[in-house]
Write a protein of this length. Sequence first.
Length: 416
Amino acid sequence: MRISTNQFYQNSLQHITNKSNQANQQLDKLSSGVRVQTAADDPVAANGIMSYKQELNNIARYQNNINMGENRLRREESILTSAENLSQQAKELMLKANNGAYTAQEKAALSSELTSRIDELLDLANSRDEFGDYIFAGFQTDAAPFSRQANGDVVYQGDSGQRELAISDNVKVGLNHDGNLVFGQVPNPKGDFTVNYNLQDGVREQGLVVERAVISDANNVPAGQPYAINFSDNAGVTEVLITDVDGNALLDKNGDAMTPQPYTAGQPINAGGVSVTLTGEAKAGDVITLTGNPASDQGQDTFDVFAALNRAKEWLDGDGNTASEQSEFADILDELDAVGGHFTRIRADTGIRMQRLDSQRETHADMTLTLDKVRGGMEDLDYAQAIGDLNQTMVALQASQSVFGKLQGMSLFNYI
């Protein structure tokens, strides 16, 4: 087969150019350490690499979410710790104030200090996160969730929404507890009713208090609230009877109207669907009022933190020495204990969420190592093989250049 001189030149130059380009590409791979730089290098590997990189990008995004969520939950945990401390300080003020030797001025100073603690708690309830969002406002993060009314009551104006953050394809973690849950739904230590005392003054071996007042049968709760627990004397025996708002005796388990029965401290008194347990010494003429919401089948099983603190302040502003006030004092301490325990439980739930973030962070870290290893096996350069390939290409290029140079100068005139 005969080829023209022009065709020979074109073929030789094309071959040299191809080898030169191949050598340049191999040098680029050696300098970058990347084997698959374009899809043309290895179409199958390039598609796999793209998928792995996308998954790694998703993991990086989830890791950023985890870091942000952790900061947010740590902020809430710190606030709840401070709130718990404030509730304990309020209890200590109450214990200090229950001293008959204190003057009115000294009790007024304690009342002022308690007011400061309430103000501090209100500030905590209206805390913001690093983005300026109100933490306890639910979804309504642009407005302060709590405000104080003219009468001193604190009301919640947020909602019950819980903001969530995705930390993996199928896992979300809540970033907040709404303010109504945190500050408005403390479990009532009494059970399902609030208690009001109207007791006879005089010396008692132990103050009369309601330990528990619960709805024992939601389907048989008598109407006519508030209920009154009335104590009377019958030949030296203190008897008790529970009546409705009109003074009618509640029904017993047989459907008959209750009759006065001897009072025994610590022994439950059952009337209709209500069960009440009292401790302490009762006197004839003592009346205890129970108020709740049995129509909801749940009664008044929670109370508001700020209402409890305002009740404590009202006690500090009063005399504090009557039998009724001493019984109320015991109830206030129980409520403050319940507030502290409630904050602790919410804080524990926050800790559980942070543990979930830590666990997911470790899962992502392990998956990142695995994906990086697989991606590296497909994309990263094998330097030993790459250097060998480059050497072969350079030898072929140099040989082509040498042959072309020699043949370029040859003609028949060289042999004449």
